[in-house]
Design a protein around this ligand. Structure first.
Ligand code: FES
Ligand SMILES: [Fe+2]
Length: 432
């Protein structure tokens, strides 16, 4: 349970707010590369409560600037693209990617007034299908050495989806290891040949036990939470009858991401990014440790569930998330189909866009949520006290995210061994 004031500090994301200040200290996804390709030179970007646009100038460089012209405020999404920037169609002012006004062609000959004009502009970097932005003060940090960034582009697939809820709500579902046994429960296991590109459909490493069966049969995991350089390592142990233990390792990457196993082949790194305080995007990088990712297959799977251009889920509150009572009795725990993203979306959206945490009652299994709130609050207070230092993520690798099964007395090592074996065979990674 939180006080109303603390709930606001942790959830508000705009300029000058508590969490908003901390989120701005790190690179954050702003758009999919796909959105700024295919003939789209300018896309609107609403990010952390700021109205921006992302453009690719004719010479191929990306810029992220204020959406509204600093002259008289028109929407620069209709600007004219030029080789080194974009030009406002109202009076022809031209802006560079760093926000400098390069020309004011309607002002008197020789005028230097343009030199005093600078629009808001933020650094961007494009990596493996996502354009990341840095909205903070000072210089941006280097991108971390995580698997999703170290892997070649051929081994990563990126996608996103829009949810009508606060970013923290979305993150707190991602660091809750118990919900997978209930919210994502399948009453019968899928055909493993149909599992490509989907979560929870594989078998645990070295066994023929479907993950869906493990999660269903052992719903009371023993949960461990350990603070690390990148955030939190979350361990969920499911003790089985035969002296074996299923170990599932997931991670919270501070401040707003998770890295979790998807299958024996792939991991997911997923950011929860505020559009404003009532809407957020999840941005995911699916990273393969084996063959190149079948990007067109994975994109088609997800486009079947989302509407462009907003990447809004087709199942949503407006159509009751496709809820079907017969399906709930026979196929899935939720009755909302087999796409686990929809289950998570319902869990995030249905408490209301900003959950009133003065009314919640956390259980012992919510300890990662509590630990994350503590870290976030400490970072907010530090920043408010004038200390703008942040976590140094640059040298960090991994993080390890796996499902492993082994003898219970090996539970502390088995997950590292499974990860090492996977990395030893990985075409792009010689090991952590
Ligand atoms: S409003 Fe953009 S140049 Fe005048
Ligand atoms: Fe989930």
């Amino acid at each position: 349970m939180l006080s109303r004031a603390d709930n606001q500090l942790l959830t508000q994301s705009g300029p000058g707010t508590g969490a908003g200040g901390v989120l701005r200290q790190y690179w954050t996804p702003a758009a999919l590369t796909q959105e700024i390709s295919d003939g789209n030179g300018i896309v609107p970007v609403e990010l952390l409560g700021e109205h921006l646009l992302l453009f690719r100038s004719r010479n191929g460089e990306l810029g992220l600037i204020d959406r509204h012209c600093p002259h008289r405020g028109v929407d620069l999404c209709h600007a004219r693209l030029e080789s080194d920037g974009l030009r406002c169609p109202f009076h022809g002012w031209k802006f560079a990617k760093d926000g400098r006004c390069l020309e004011q062609p309607g002002e008197p000959e020789g005028s230097r007034a343009h030199q005093k004009i600078r629009t808001t502009a933020y650094p961007v970097v494009e990596k493996n299908g996502i354009v990341f932005a840095y909205l903070g003060d000072g210089d941006p940090p280097p991108l971390p050495g995580f698997d999703c960034f170290r892997a070649p582009g051929s081994h990563v697939f990126a996608f996103k989806g829009l949810w009508n809820c606060n970013w923290l709500q979305a993150l707190e579902v991602g660091i809750d290891p118990v919900h997978a046994s209930f919210l994502h429960r399948f009453l019968a296991d899928d055909d493993p040949s149909e599992q490509y590109g989907k979560q929870f459909r594989d078998t645990a490493a070295g066994t023929n036990i479907p993950i869906t069966k493990l999660l269903r049969d052992y719903p009371r995991p023993e949960i461990g939470v350990e603070e690390t350089g990148f955030g939190l390592r979350i361990t969920a142990l499911r003790h089985m009858e035969n002296g074996q233990t299923h170990v599932r390792i997931t991670n919270q990457i501070f401040p707003a991401a998770v890295t979790i196993p998807m299958s024996s082949e792939m991991n997911i790194t997923q950011w929860h990014v505020p559009v404003d305080d009532h809407r957020c995007y999840w941005y995911a990088m699916f990273t393969s440790f084996t063959a190149p990712v079948e990007q067109s297959v994975m994109r088609a799977q997800r486009l079947a569930e989302h509407s462009l251009p907003l990447y809004a889920p087709k199942r949503n509150a407006g159509n009751n998330y496709g809820f079907d009572q017969v399906e709930q009795e026979t196929l899935t725990y939720t009755g909302m189909g087999r796409d686990i993203n929809v289950h998570d979306q319902w869990a995030c959206e249905s408490p209301g866009t900003i959950r009133d945490r003065t009314k919640e009652h956390l259980g012992s299994t919510d300890k990662a949520i509590t630990a994350h709130r503590r870290m976030l609050m400490a970072a907010i207070k530090k920043l408010q006290n004038g200390d703008a230092s942040r976590r140094g993520l640059a040298g960090l690798r991994g993080p390890i995210a796996v499902d492993a099964i082994g003898a219970s007395d090996q539970q502390d090592e088995i997950w590292r061994q499974v990860d090492q074996a996977r990395r030893a065979a990985c075409p792009w990674d010689a090991g952590l």
